[in-house]
Write a protein that binds this ligand. Sequence first.
Ligand code: CMP
Length: 138
Amino acid sequence: MAQRTFSIIKPDAVRKGYTGAILAEIEKAGFKLAAIKKQAISNDQAKGFYHVHAERPFFKDLCTFMSTGPLFLMVLEKENAIADLRKLMGATNPANAEEGTIRKKFAGSIQENAIHGSDAEDTAAFEIGYWFAGYELI
Ligand code: CMP
């Protein structure tokens, strides 16, 4: 059965003009775009989204970075979507990402790492609900 995951094309990748190339990788891997919207988010919205990282040393910089420019919020659908997207993205730090992964191709640093993907079913449910209303999910 199809599973949904949440993803962001982050401001660094949007700025560099990689949005279309990243979407092509995602579609080529068999994901359906259940929803997508371009948005500039506030620092407070970023803090709420990344609340699980609130105690981490990189939290403040991460939230600042996420509000530096527009990004694309997405809900992606396929069988095994959560694990498959994590695999397609590659390691958080692009220096450790495998060849062929989105972060290997498009990410610049551990923070400005081009894409986000939910890491589990409960986080996917929280993250989808944080950014999308039910009527936006077709
Ligand atoms: P993401 O998958 O969106 O989840 C948390 C984000 O924090 C991560 O991608 C990076 O953008 C950012 N980040 C910055 N520094 C670190 C770090 N040292 N370890 C993990 N994530 C980091």
